[in-house]
Design a protein around this ligand. Structure first.
Ligand code: AMP
Length: 190
């Protein structure tokens, strides 16, 4: 099994690249942001709870997020591996992911971070917000809050996987295909 974490700040292109990677490598894509938006769209209790955090640019509590992730992984016993996009975003989430994969006799193969400068992120997300219908993509102060949360709460996850040599990073700028080629080079060497 190949289990990849696609890492990087909001707006770094994780979703775009994940869509291409699942085609090439036959992996199951799990985006916790997409899962929360799906729940919100259906007005489920989970969706309503997530909404109150997402609209402020804060993280949804670990207990909620980890439970949802576990359900999604367990719904795919046939998977050859997973691409985790937007998860783990905290150290407890990383520890929970390791424990979950260990139960299935597998582990994280690698984490790849897409590096993009803050001002470029703000520009990209505002542009995406014109079509994405996401309230959190349309307000610059919320976008900046999401970047701050990434730096403070999420970036330690990079160091966590770096301890056993599993963290990599590549420039997240250039064309979609250039970035995809950089990702494939790393994945093929894992
Ligand atoms: P994303 O689509 O990955 O940018 O996520 C959008 C929002 O969903 C984030 O700003 C958080 O509020 C929430 N979210 C997504 N994934 C997670 C996660 N792993 N942990 C906590 N909150 C999350």
């Amino acid at each position: 099994m190949v289990n990849l974490i696609l890492f990087g700040p909001p707006g770094s292109g994780k979703g775009t690249q994940a869509a291409k990677l699942i085609e090439r490598y036959g992996l199951v894509h799990i985006s916790t942001g997409d899962l929360f938006r799906y729940e919100m769209g259906n007005n489920t209790p989970l969706g309503l709870e997530a909404k109150s955090y997402m609209e402020k640019g804060q993280l949804v509590p670990d207990s909620v997020t980890i439970g949802m992730l576990r359900n999604k992984v367990e719904a795919h016993p046939e998977a050859n591996g997973f691409i985790f996009d937007g998860f783990p975003r905290t150290l407890p989430q990383a520890e929970a992911l390791d424990a979950l994969l260990a139960e299935k006799n597998t582990s994280v193969s690698g984490l790849i971070a897409l590096q993009v400068e803050d001002e470029e992120i703000v520009k990209r997300i505002l542009l995406r917000g014109q079509n994405s219908g996401r309230p959190d993509d349309n307000d610059e102060s919320i976008i900046r809050k999401r970047i701050a949360v990434y730096k403070q709460e999420t970036s330690p996850v990079f160091d966590y996987y770096a301890q056993n040599g599993h963290s990599h990073s590549i420039p997240g700028v250039g064309t979609i295909d250039q970035i995809f080629d950089r990702l494939c080079q790393i994945i093929d060497a894992i």
